[in-house]
Design a protein around this ligand. Structure first.
Ligand code: B12
Ligand code: SF4
Ligand code: SF4
Length: 386
């Protein structure tokens, strides 16, 4: 800890910091004070098993709820928002809007490093007096954003901004500097360690809860990852539960349904994109081509994007689900090649897709492959094929 840890930053100094960070490309810059006691509601979410197999959330839960365990002596959180709205098509099949950029973890990191530099130059902080994260660390980014008044947590669990709607990436810098906090949007004070309530500015609206294709909201503001398409198509590496596949529709990577229907998006305008880099070619890829991607082509197209982390097998799995939902018989040859794929997870979804498309004639396509199949989970996909 340095001599300047705990230094009070307020008034014109605080506004000078805000202006400098806005100039770096952050569309929103807000400040929150670290309360004593931290947050507790993450514990209820984890105890209900809503994290699915994201065991890293459980492992880091204590840190997520208490910044002092991440940066001892942390006094403030700088919450930064980057607007990624654009009216570009999200394609058919559909991609989550955020994914149609170079990986935001990488592009925002340069802005965060420069923001840290600003703390050092302006207030004499050292590199040990702050830590920055974009998704990458044990920080409840939406909670801090709500606490800082950057927006409010909607019934869709998103941090919604009055200026940008649902289309903001969030990042956080924990610091030992004592920065005067901005006001949250709520009127009534909460207990010192209380969490911001969801739905503060939603009124009677329930559009997001009603529109979710897989009924992933057990309560307003609470997502059960096990039922969420975003989890199933991005984070989950195994077989997607059969009962959720139809709800996935044409969504090949992630899901924006509960964001898109939100009336607060009417205020969204295209951002400056200083910390983003659009990759519009991805949305133009037709389903037939995606089903036939080779490892080399996959690496070439998705280099530097978040989609790359899904790996080719994950993308082929998702493409099979979309094919099973909306594909025609022209896709059957490509799907039959995937019925013989090396990865069991791809074979399982390819069999499902062939059955959905071919209907009563599925046996004619699949009989031979069924005899060859040895994996139990894939064999289960053949059940009832005659
Ligand atoms: C795990 C995760 C997921 C999981 C679980 C989602 C969920 N609802 O929790 C899955 C894979 C399903 C997912 C999906 C998506 N995600 Co996500 N995800 C995360 C991640 C890494 C952790 C979220 C988490 O801890 N969840 C557990 C729940 C219980 O926590 P929570 O939502 O933050 O809510 C709690 C706290 O806010 C707390 N709280 C409330 N007030 C306060 C106040 C204080 C002071 C504190 C400390 C806490 C606190 O109470 C809340 C309820 O328990 C964050 C990045 C991060 N580090 O925060 C990105 C993040 C939430 N995801 C993001 C995005 C964009 C998405 C998707 C839109 C992607 C897509 N298009 O497919 C979907 C949207 C789904 C949805 N409606 O939530 C953005 C959201 C930006 C925004 N404006 O809200 C984030 C912030 C990433 C980023 N850096 O921008 N995601
Ligand atoms: S991201 Fe999609 S599946 Fe997940 S909660 Fe929102 S609407 Fe439901
Ligand atoms: S769609 Fe309606 S209920 Fe859902 S977050 Fe937006 S305003 Fe709130």
């Amino acid at each position: 800890m340095t001599a300047n840890a705990g230094l009070r930053v307020e008034g014109q100094e605080r506004e000078a910091l805000r202006s400098r960070l806005v100039a770096l490309g952050f569309d929103e810059v807000r400040f929150a004070a670290v309360p004593a006691g931290g947050s507790t509601s993450l514990r209820d979410w984890l105890d209900a098993g809503r994290q699915a197999d994201m065991a890293w959330l459980e492992r880091t839960a204590d840190k997520r709820m208490n910044p002092d365990l991440v940066l001892p002596g942390a006094r403030s959180v700088l919450v930064l928002g980057v607007n990624y709205w654009s009216d570009a098509s999200t394609g058919n099949p559909r991609w989550a809007r955020y994914a149609l950029h170079a990986d935001y973890h990488d592009t925002m990191k340069s802005g965060l490093a420069a923001a840290g530099q600003a703390l050092e130059e302006m207030f004499g902080a050292t590199a040990t007096d702050y830590r920055y994260y974009v998704d990458t660390g044990p920080v409840l980014e939406r909670g801090w954003a709500a606490r800082s008044g950057l927006g409010f947590r909607g019934k869709n669990a998103m941090l919604i901004s009055k200026n940008h709607g649902n289309w903001l990436f969030l990042a956080a810098i924990l610091t030992r500097l004592d920065i005067a906090p901005d006001e949250p949007l709520r009127k009534k004070p909460l207990p010192a360690s209380g969490d911001e309530p969801a739905g503060l500015l939603c009124g009677k609206c329930t559009r997001c809860l009603d529109a979710c294709p897989t009924q992933a909201f057990p309560a307003p503001g609470v997502v059960d990852a096990r039922r969420c398409i975003s989890y199933q198509t991005i984070e989950h590496k195994g077989i997607i539960p059969r009962e959720l596949r139809a709800g996935i529709g044409t969504r090949i990577y992630g899901c924006d349904v509960c964001l898109e229907v939100c009336p607060w998006n009417r205020f969204a305008r295209a951002g400056r994109q200083l910390l983003l880099s659009a990759r519009p070619g991805i949305a133009a890829l037709p389903l037939g081509e995606l089903l036939q991607l080779t490892p080399a082509r996959f690496a070439e197209i998705f280099k530097g994007t978040a989609i790359k982390r899904l790996k080719l097998t994950g993308l082929l799995r998702n493409a099979c689900v979309v094919a099973g939902n909306v594909g025609g018989s022209d896709l059957l040859p490509a799907l039959m090649a995937l019925v013989a794929h090396d990865a069991a997870v791809v074979r399982a979804h390819a069999v499902w897709a062939v059955r959905r498309i071919a209907g009563n004639a599925a046996g004619e396509w699949l009989r031979g492959a069924r005899e060859e199949e040895t994996d139990e989970a894939v064999r289960a996909e053949y059940a009832g094929v005659t």
